[in-house]
Ligand binder design. Structure first.
Ligand code: SF4
Length: 176
């Protein structure tokens, strides 16, 4: 004689979370459009493959197995600004490089974000001279600064999570 689980256990009838029922009914999920869009944006940021100096080595380390940025949906570092929405300025920016960096930023589609990684990118670091830009915010708008010389991969990941928190605060307006 077979056992009818639903008949014997009325409490599980219609419970969509109970694998015994397998009704396929997941019920109704409600959410604000801001939260859904921001959730998608923060879990699919593609950084540009772009390193300027020693800080870039730590950025590469953050992508390796020990730190594994793919958990944030960021395993793809794009070699084209057209496919990137996050610029990590990893290293000192020379005056000669500044217009190139700005052009790459302009070629990224909106919405886009910038992380200034390390002291050199943020304020010139130890290179207080005419050849180095004394803060990349002279060239592009910066969302998050990561301190250190160089910052460890943990610090960069903290900067990325800080950026995620910032993006989650964004709100949208209907235009029309
Ligand atoms: S902050 Fe330090 S590690 Fe980073 S680019 Fe400057 S000198 Fe190199």
């Amino acid at each position: 004689m077979g056992i009818d689980l639903q008949k014997d256990n009325p409490s599980i009838q219609g419970d969509p979370t109970n694998s015994t029922t397998k009704t396929g009914n997941v019920g109704v999920v409600t959410a604000r459009i801001d939260d859904v869009v921001n959730w998608a944006r923060t879990n699919s940021m593609w950084p540009m493959l772009f390193g300027l100096a020693c800080c870039a080595i730590e950025m590469m380390g953050a992508q390796a197995a020990n730190y594994d940025m793919s958990r944030f949906g960021m395993e793809l570092m794009r070699a084209s600004p057209r496919q990137s929405d996050l610029m990590i300025v990893a290293g000192r920016v020379s005056r000669k490089m500044a217009p190139v960096l700005r052009r790459l930023y302009d070629q990224m589609p909106d919405p886009k974000w910038v992380i200034s990684m390390g002291d050199c990118a943020s304020c010139g670091g130890v290179f207080n001279n005419y050849a180095i830009v004394q803060g990349v915010d002279e060239v592009v708008p910066v969302d998050v600064y990561v301190a250190g010389c160089p910052p460890r991969p943990e610090a960069l990941i903290h900067g990325i999570m800080t950026l995620h928190e910032k993006v989650k605060q964004e709100r949208f307006k209907l235009v029309g």
